[in-house]
Design a protein around this ligand. Structure first.
Ligand code: ZN
Length: 358
């Protein structure tokens, strides 16, 4: 029994530290999810107002004794760490404004407050603490689904909804946009991030439109729904500072070019330091190739950009394989990749030792 309670304490501390590290704060619901005593999908359902998960408390998969111990260890840890409480709230933006979400079955104010309270490192500036509280209390975005194949029926007016049409889920039930009071909104497709951000800011009501991509098995964002005025205002904003934004983009391009140039210079030097007999043009070729932006090559990895010798060796090895051996020809002839690598291994070794002067 003693070891079991020690194990639980250990689990609580590990989970609490992990959440604090990840989110910058931790509350009971986040702790329980991290410990897998509460399923994140249940919490997501609850946050969307799905009645099956409301109130949330019965979804906690844990006996009363263990749960009590968990909270006790959690609060001991909070005291030891000297964390400061933050008052968050769990709200959902619904059609009639924001709605407080209930955790406990009895809606006891004290226990509700217990679940709402998050803990963050002490000594946060007042501004930082306010920011964190605001972030914790933010209602999740409203989401509207674009029907992919099956038709659906509005749970209020019973209108049929077809493929391509939009529906809103209210407490687990589909609603057409008229019944959801969103039919005055206009669709703004994704693509222009600045326009999207500004339109959302200007729109008193907005929703994200997603569609299920079967191939990737996930919902993908298609655009947003916002008021007509919000789009017009956002477009005017964008027109007003288009020149400024273009200039800033051009500056960014120039800066990245300078950074890339510097990286290639440094990498060439580092390669030549390790392989003094490597022809300078080849050293530069290797550096340019591996450091190419967007290539995903080793030169763009963190290790590559820090000129880590192992990363440089990989880049040099790959270069030799493609430029000083028959490797590419072997692949073209249909030789198995692993076999081809084995066949050219000695040749690569020879070039490497020649270049390193060993
Ligand atoms: Zn309807």
């Amino acid at each position: 029994m003693a070891t079991r309670s020690k194990d639980l304490r250990q689990r609580v501390l590990q989970a609490a530290e992990a959440v604090l590290d990840r989110d910058g704060s931790v509350g009971p619901l986040e702790l329980l999810q991290q410990m897998r005593l509460l399923e994140p999908v249940h919490v997501q359902g609850w946050r969307k107002g799905n009645k099956y998960y409301t109130p949330l408390e019965p979804s906690i998969q844990c006996g009363p004794k263990k749960l009590n111990d968990t909270y006790r260890y959690f609060h001991d840890w909070i005291e030891e760490r000297g964390l400061q409480p933050l008052e968050a709230s769990y709200v959902r933006s619904g059609l009639k404004g924001n709605e407080e979400l209930q955790v406990t079955q009895d809606a006891d104010p004290e226990r509700e407050a217990f679940f709402r309270t998050h803990y963050a490192p002490a000594g946060l500036s007042q501004r930082k603490a306010k920011q964190l509280e605001k972030k914790l209390s933010k209602a999740p975005d409203l989401v509207v689904y674009q029907l992919v194949s099956k038709s659906a029926t509005c749970s209020e007016c019973e209108a049929e909804l077809w493929k391509g049409e939009l529906l809103y889920m209210e407490k687990g039930q589909p609603l057409c946009l008229s019944c959801a009071d969103m039919d005055h909104l206009e669709f703004l497709p994704s693509g222009d991030a600045t326009l999207t951000r500004r339109a959302r800011k200007h729109s008193p009501l907005s929703a994200i439109v997603v569609r299920f991509a079967r191939a990737r098995k996930r919902y993908e964002r298609q655009g947003i729904l916002v008021t007509h005025d919000a789009i017009a205002q956002a477009e005017a904003d964008c027109l007003n500072d288009a020149d400024q934004r273009a200039a800033r983009r051009e500056q960014d391009v120039q800066r990245r070019r300078r950074e890339d140039h510097k990286l290639v210079e440094e990498m060439t030097k580092a390669i030549l330091a390790e392989y003094p007999n490597c022809p300078a043009t080849e050293a530069r070729g290797i550096a340019e190739h591996t450091a190419q932006r967007g290539s995903g090559r080793v030169g763009r990895s963190a290790a590559g950009r820090e000129l880590d010798p192992n990363a440089l060796d990989l880049a040099v090895g790959a270069w030799i394989r493609h430029n000083h051996t028959k490797y590419d020809t072997l692949l073209m002839q249909g030789t198995d990749r692993r076999m081809a690598r084995r066949m050219v291994r000695d040749q690569i070794g020879e070039v490497l030792s020649k270049w390193s002067g060993a």
